[in-house]
Every structure is written in C-alpha cells, then in structure tokens.
Design a protein around this ligand. Sequence first.
Ligand code: ATP
Ligand code: MG
Length: 560
Amino acid sequence: MSPPIAARNIHESIDVITRSLNAVAAPIYVKGQDHRWLFANVACCQLLNSSLEQLVGCLDQDVPALVDAGTLGAQDEGFFQSGETPDPQPITIATASGRHQVTCSRTRLETASGPILINTLQVVGELAQVRQTNYELRQQLEERNGALEKLIEFEATLKRITDRVRDSLDEKQILQTAVQEITEALNVRGSNTSLYDLEQGTSTIYYEFTTLPSDRGRVSQMEAFPEVYHQLLEGQYLQFCSIAPNPVRGLVSMLACSIFDDRGVLGDLWLINDKDHGFSEYEIRLVQQVANQCAIAIRQARLYQESQSQVRELEQVNNLKDDFLSTVSHELRTPVTSMRVALQLLGVTLSQELGMEQELTSPDAQQSRIARYYRILKEECEREISLINDLLDLQRLDVGNHDLALQTIQLDEWLPALVNSFQERATSRQQQLEIVLNDNLSVIRSDLSSLDRIWAELLNNACKYTPPGGQITLSVLPGQEDMAKFDLINTGVEIPQDELPRIFDKFYRVPSADPWKQGGTGLGLALVQKLVQHIGGVINVESGNNQTCFTIELPLSLEK
Ligand code: ATP
Ligand code: MG
C-alpha cells in the first residue's frame, strides 16, 4: 500500500534535503510539526549513536541519547510557534562515548504538507574550542598588528629623523638635530653626542638636548673608561644603569651607541632616562640607525667643507693670477708703447734716410735682412700690445670699470661695413663670407665700441678657424621680446663637445685646431663673453654637423 499524499510529499521534500544535508559536517536533524523525526544526517546519527532507520519516525523521547528530550522538544515547539527559541539552554546528549552539551540553531521550512524544522546541533565543547581558537587567533592578529604598527611608526620616526639629519651639510646642525629628535621621539630625559679625537684618545660632548644639568664641553679620556669605550670603539652599543647616584644626575639608565661607518668611529650618541628604564630592542635599533645616519651625514658634511675650502683656495689662486697678470700688463704697457714709437721712428728712418720704402712693403722673399727683421719686430710688438690691451680690458671689465657710450646703431650700415673689412682676407683663403640682414630689425641702441670689438673678435675667429672652401654667414634675426639675435656660422670646423664649456676661459685654446697656423693667446672669447655681458646680452655656442655657430642675443635698447 502506498503512503498517503501528505506523507509522500514530505518524503519527497526530505529526499531533496537529505542529499544536501549529508554533505554537511555539522549534526542536523529534521522533524515535522508533530515532532516526529523525518531525517538525521550522517553527523547527527554519529553523534546520537543511532542509525537513520532507528531515528526516522521517532518522537524526541524515543531517541535514546537525548537525556533532555523534554527541553529539546519544548525549544523546537517554541520555534515552530514563534520562529524563536525562548530558552536557548544547551541540551545534554548521552551516548556510549560520553555526555555532550549541544546548542541548537533552527531553521523553519514550509513544505506542501506543512512546516518542518531543520535543527543544526553544535557540541558546546567544540564551540568553546572554536571560540578559544578564534580568541587565540585574534590575539595573535592583534599582536601582529601591534608589531606592524610599531614597525610602521619606527620607520616613520627613522625617516623623519633621517630626512632632517641628512638635510644639512653643517656638522653642528646635523648632530644638534639628531639629539633633539631622538630625545623627543623616545621621550627620554635627555641625549648627547660626542666626537672623538682618536689621536688624543679623547671624547668631547659637543651637542645635547636634555632636561638634566648640562654636560656640554665635557672631555673624557677614553682609556679611563675602558669598559665603555672598548665597546664603542668596536662600533657596538651598551646600556647600563647607575648603581651609586651621580651627584648631578642622580640614578639614571643609559644607552650608548657609537657613530661609525666603514671608515671608522667618529663619536657616540648617548640616551639618558629614569633609573628603572630598560631600553627596548625597538629603542636600541632606532638609536643605532640614527647614529648610522649621523655618520653618513657627518662624512658628507666634512667632504663638503673640504671641497668648499678647496674652491676658496682655487679662487684665491685665481685672484692672485689675475692680480699678477694685471700688474705685469700695466708694467709692460709703458715699455712696449715706447718700443712701438721707436719702431715707428725706425720705419721712418729706414724708408726716408736709407731709401728702403719700397722694400719694406714688398713680399717676404724679396726683402733684405734689415727689412725682414724690421717687419718681424713690428709684428711682434703689435701682438704684444694687443695682448696687453686684452688683459687690461678684461681686468677693467672684471672690476666693472668699463664705460658705456650708448648710441643708436643702424644695423644695415654698420654690419655690412664691418663684415666687408674681412672680405679680402676671406677671399684670399677661399672662404665665402656673407651677411643676411633682417628687414624688420634695422636699429639697436647699444655701445658701439663694445659691439665693434665683439664682432671683430668673432669674425676674426671665423676666418682663422674655417678651412678653405668653408662658408661664414652672419645673420640678424629677431630674438625673444625686445631682443635682437645674431648668428655667426662657420662651416668645415667643429669644436669638440667636451671643449665647448672651456673656450670662454682665459688663455684656453682648443689643441691642434688652427688650420692657418696663426696662433693666438686664447683671450679673444673670454673678452667677447665679458663684453656681451657688459652690454646686457648673452652668448652661446653650438657645434656639430661640420659647423660652429656663435649666437649673441642683445637688448634692442640698452639703457644705462
Ligand atoms: P685669441 O686670443 O688671439 O683670440 P684664440 O682665437 O685661440 O686666441 P679664442 O678666440 O678665445 O682664442 O678662441 C678659443 C678657441 O676656440 C680657439 O683656440 C679655437 O680653437 C676655438 N674657436 C673659436 N672660434 C671658433 C670658430 N669660429 N670656429 C671654430 N673654432 C673656434
Ligand atoms: Mg680668437
């Protein structure tokens, strides 16, 4: 005989639930509203030490293991009625394996044949164990979080102190910052730092930050405290507390770290706190790291100081050189000018009294020895005079003692005339020399004698360093606002990139770059640069692609 429809429906629903509930590890049973058990999953059968067949159809009191069947039934009933368990007491289960306390969590399910209850049992012992494990895990997590927070705080403090310490190139500021920051970060009573004189075997306290009486300036003989300095000189730290009270500080605890790097020990950093304070691993590590940073910063500061004093020395030497050159130039100027006058007179005598006028102007090969010697004397004298004048001009520009005579200059008249004076020389060397003017830029207001000198030097250089067949072009271009731009390009020659920054130095000449063997002193561009600055302009040079370009930008109107 087949079961009635209602019972069949329940069993179909239970079948579906069964398959899924057997896969759950927790003990679960299912009952109908009449409190008859419809199903118990494998874990529940194991817990109650009964088979499914024994349990299905039972009322609570029929389940042998349920000591508290009445309480369980009452809770289940309460849940059927209100969806809650009014008195959620643990239920006792007794089997051959022992007594267990279980708590229940219930779910109500509506089926076609009425509500059913799905009750999940949780053994209280297990629950407590889970709770205990959870608690331990939480504690571990909190401990780890605490450690992590401490680490983050450590890194932040260290970074802050490091940034401040490394910010400076002044040894005093480095060490003063270090003691202040470390005292504040660790909230100790004070700290100080000493520098060692290893030759004298002394340690002197130079900087401190403390609420205690000052120790600044105190010098200790290291050999008098071997128990301290032996370790510090080895780059180690030590901490201790006083046994007998110090007359000034009383009883305190102290931590000392040496300031050292791979090149040796420079000094030490001391922290002082209350007598019962033990410095933690964290504090020691922080102080050690700060001491390391101090060592790096001190080395840098000392290197910087050394290079600064070298720079000062070089500047002094340079000034001495300039003074010497200027004195020599002054001293030479008078005799050389006298020589020039004497040579002019000699020239007059040679041409008028000895009848050598024609010979003096004829080509080299046809000249007599007297005429040749005379020509050499004259040329060398002129070179000497121009060298002396260049040096004196440079000196005047250096001390700002060079007058400006402003005037309006008509570019399309002045520049072609200037360029033309080099035309003959360029042609004789098979160089193309041309000027490109700009219609929109016809006048500038500036100092003509400076401009004449600048362009004479630059055009002279262009002719001097351009090989035969090369092109020399001077172009006038509108520059940035209120500026005029001049480009002088000569082809066929490049200045090596590493020489470019030096060509404006006094007496600097690019080695073996003089195709016409004209020689020079290396003062030309130094003078040009000074003159350009003097009239408010800038000069730049670029070289590459088989050409060299000097660019000068000048104010359209220079006012004094
Ligand atoms: P002087 O004092 O007689 O002018 P100099 O011409 O050698 O001597 P600078 O005018 O200062 O000295 O030039 C420095 C160096 O720059 C030159 O020796 C030369 O090698 C390089 N130089 C200057 N102008 C040019 C140029 N237009 N093209 C290529 N090289 C140049
Ligand atoms: Mg020159």
